[in-house]
Design a protein around this ligand. Structure first.
Ligand code: HEM
Length: 512
C-alpha cells in the first residue's frame, strides 16, 4: 500500500496521508506492521507531522524532534493518561468503579486521582533510593541463582538463547517484584500463558470475540487473572517489593477491589518484562557477535574486579558498575536506540495549536521513536548504523542529543518509571554473563535475526531464536567470581561468605 500514498490538506490540521482503501488501509498496515508502520509511512512523507484516518479515530504522527519536544511540553492537553486508561478498558476487564476512578483528573491538575497518584508512588518506589536498592538486591540474587543453574548443566550447555533468557528473567524479575513466597509465575502455565497474551495482543485489543480471535491470549489472560486473585487472597503483597506494596496501598485508598487489582497486574507484568527480555537478547547477540567490542567492555568491567589474595577468587560489586562504565552504558543505550519502535501514544484533550498545526480534541497523537532515532539532524550521517560508542560523552552524537529525541523510555510527563530498574537488571545480567561465560552459536556464525514490532512493547522482538552453547570463559575457567550488590554478597559471593563465617565459627569453637 505504501506505494500509493497520497496527500490531502485540511485547514490548519497536519496534512492527511491517504491510500487507496479509505480508513481500513492504514488500520491494516498498523495491524500488520505494528509500530513499524509509522516509520514506513514517514519515509514517504516530507512533513514534520501528518494525519492518518482510521475508523472512529484521527491519528497525528509527529516526525520532527522539534514538534516532539513541543508535544512533551503540552502534557496537560496532549495527555498520556487517557491513552493508558483506554489500555485498561480494552485489555484488563475493569469494573465500572475502577474505570470511574481511573478516569478522574485526566489533565493532572494537582496530585489527586487514582492514576496520577499510583504513578507517583511507582516513581517513588523505582527511583534511586531504598526501594530500588532492595528490589535490585533481591533481583540480583534471583538472577544469579538462575544463571548459576548453567554450572549444573551437563557437559554440553546448549540452549535457545531467547527462550532461556525469557524464562530466567520472568522468574527472577517476578520473584524480586512480587516476592518469591507467593509469586504466581512459579506456575509455569501462568508464565507461558502470560507470553501467549503478548503474541496475540493485537487481536485481543480489537475487543471483539477475543476467545475466537485470540484464543491463546484469552486463555493466558484468564489464567493470569486467576493466579493474581489468589496472590492477593494470600496477601502476597506483604512479602512483595515496595512497588507492589505502594500500589496495593493506593488501590486501597480508592477502594479498588482485589479482583481489579489482580487485573491491573497484567499491565505491570508487561512493563516489567516485554522490553527487558528482548533487550537482553539483542545485547548478548550484539556483544558476542562483535569480539572486539566484547573484549573492550570486558576490560572496562575488569576495572571493578578485585582479585583476592588467593588468586582464584575475584570480587565485583555490580552496583559500582552502574553509571561508571561509559562503554557498557553507551552500548546498552545504542541497542535501545536502534531497536526501539514505541509509538508514545497521547490523546488530545482540548484543541491545541503546536507550531501552527491544529490538533483536534479526541484525536490520537503518536511520536514514534523509530522516526526520531533515525533522524540524521540529531544522530548524524551514521544514524542508520549501530555505533556502540555513540553515547559516550565527548565521543558520539548520542551524548549531545536532546532528551526528547531519545525515546526508548518515552518522554515528557510519562517518562518510564522503570528505567532505573531496567538499567540495573541489564547491567547485572551482562556483567555476570560477560565475566563468566563465552556464548557461541551452534551454527558457525551468528545469524542475522529480524525484529518484529509489538503495540505493547518499545523494543522489537526477535522473529526467531538462536541455538547457542554456553562455555566457561576461555582463560578464566579456574576463577571464582564473588558478585555483590552494594556490599551485600550474592551467589558465589554469598556461598563463600557463608563458608568463611562457618570456618571462623569453627575456629572460635576450637579456641574455646
Ligand atoms: C527496557 C525496559 C523498558 C522500556 C524500553 C520501557 C519503555 C517505556 C515506554 C516507551 C513508556 C511510554 C512512555 C511514553 O509514552 O511517554 C513506558 C512507560 C511506562 N513504563 Fe516502562 N519501559 C521499560 C521498563 C519498565 C519497567 C521495568 C517498569 C516497571 C514496572 C516500567 C513501567 C512503566 C510504566 C508504569 C509506564 C507508564 C508511565 C506513566 O503512565 O506515566 N517500565 N515505558
Amino acid at each position: 500500500l505504501d506505494r500509493w500514498f497520497n496527500v490531502s490538506f485540511e485547514q490548519n490540521e497536519p496534512p492527511v496521508i491517504t491510500q487507496p482503501f479509505p480508513f481500513f488501509g492504514h488500520l491494516w498496515g498498523m495491524i500488520r506492521h505494528g509500530n513499524l508502520y509509522y516509520s514506513r509511512v514517514s519515509k514517504r512523507t516530507p512533513f514534520p507531522i501528518y494525519s492518518l484516518r482510521v475508523p472512529r479515530s484521527k491519528i497525528y504522527v509527529v516526525k520532527s524532534p522539534h514538534l516532539a519536544a513541543l508535544v512533551d511540553r503540552h502534557a496537560k492537553h496532549i495527555s498520556f493518561g487517557p491513552y493508558a486508561v483506554e489500555f485498561v478498558r480494552r485489555f484488563l476487564e475493569p469494573s465500572k468503579h475502577a474505570m470511574h476512578e481511573l478516569s478522574q483528573n485526566m489533565k493532572e491538575d494537582g496530585m489527586w486521582g487514582l492514576r496520577p497518584e499510583t504513578i507517583k508512588t511507582m516513581h517513588e518506589a523505582m527511583s534511586p533510593g531504598e526501594g530500588l536498592t532492595a528490589t535490585t538486591r533481591s533481583l540480583t540474587k534471583h538472577l544469579y541463582s538462575h544463571l548459576d543453574t548453567i554450572e549444573s548443566m551437563s557437559e554440553s550447555r546448549q540452549m535457545k538463547l531467547f527462550d532461556w533468557l525469557r524464562h530466567m528473567m520472568t522468574q527472577a524479575t517476578t520473584d524480586a517484584v512480587y516476592g518469591a513466597e507467593h509469586n504466581p509465575f512459579h506456575d509455569l502455565e501462568v508464565e507461558s500463558g502470560f507470553w501467549d497474551i503478548k503474541d496475540e495482543f493485537v487481536w485481543m485489543g480489537l475487543n471483539m470475540y477475543p476467545h475466537i480471535l485470540a484464543p491463546k491470549a484469552y486463555r493466558g489472560r484468564q489464567r493470569l487473572f486467576k493466579a493474581f486473585k489468589q496472590y492477593y487472597a494470600n496477601k502476597g503483597y506483604e512479602t512483595a517489593s515496595q512497588l507492589i506494596r505502594n500500589r496495593w496501598n493506593m488501590n486501597q485508598k480508592y477502594e479498588i477491589s482485589e479482583q481489579d487489582i489482580a487485573h491491573f497486574d497484567m499491565s505491570i507484568c508487561f512493563a516489567l518484562m516485554v522490553n527487558s527480555v528482548p533487550t537482553a537478547f539483542w545485547s548478548i547477540v550484539y556483544l558476542y557477535s562483535r569480539p572486539q567490542l566484547l573484549e573492550k567492555i570486558r576490560e572496562e568491567l575488569m576495572r571493578f574486579v578485585k582479585p583476592s589474595s588467593e588468586e582464584r577468587e575475584h570480587t565485583i560489586d555490580i552496583a559500582d558498575v552502574v553509571g561508571n562504565c561509559p562503554e557498557l552504558e553507551s552500548f546498552v543505550n545504542e541497542t535501545l536506540r536502534v531497536l526501539s519502535f514505541n509509538a508514545s501514544g497521547r490523546i488530545v484533550l482540548e484543541d491545541t495549536m503546536i507550531d501552527g498545526y491544529l490538533l483536534k480534541k479526541d484525536s490520537v497523537v503518536f511520536t514514534p521513536s523509530g522516526d526520531l532515532h533515525a533522524d540524521t539532524s540529531i544522530w548524524g550521517e551514521t544514524a542508520s548504523s549501530f555505533d556502540a560508542e555513540r553515547f559516550i560523552p565527548g565521543v558520539g552524537s548520542g551524548a549531545k542529543a536532546p532528551a526528547s529525541s531519545f525515546r526508548a523510555f518515552g518522554g515528557g510527563a510519562s517518562l518510564c518509571p522503570g528505567r532505573f530498574l531496567f538499567m540495573n537488571e541489564i547491567t547485572i545480567i551482562l556483567t555476570i554473563v560477560m565475566l563468566k561465560y563465552d556464548i557461541i552459536p551452534l551454527v558457525s556464525e551468528w545469524k542475522e535475526v529480524q525484529g518484529r514490532a509489538h503495540i505493547t512493547a518499545s523494543v522489537l522482538t526477535p522473529t526467531e531464536d538462536i541455538d547457542v552453547e554456553v562455555k566457561q570463559r576461555v582463560g578464566w575457567e579456574d576463577v571464582e567470581f564473588n558478585f555483590l550488590w552494594r556490599g551485600e554478597a550474592i551467589g558465589e559471593g554469598m556461598k563463600n561468605l557463608e563458608k568463611k563465617r562457618a570456618d571462623s565459627v569453627m575456629g572460635d569453637d576450637e579456641e574455646l
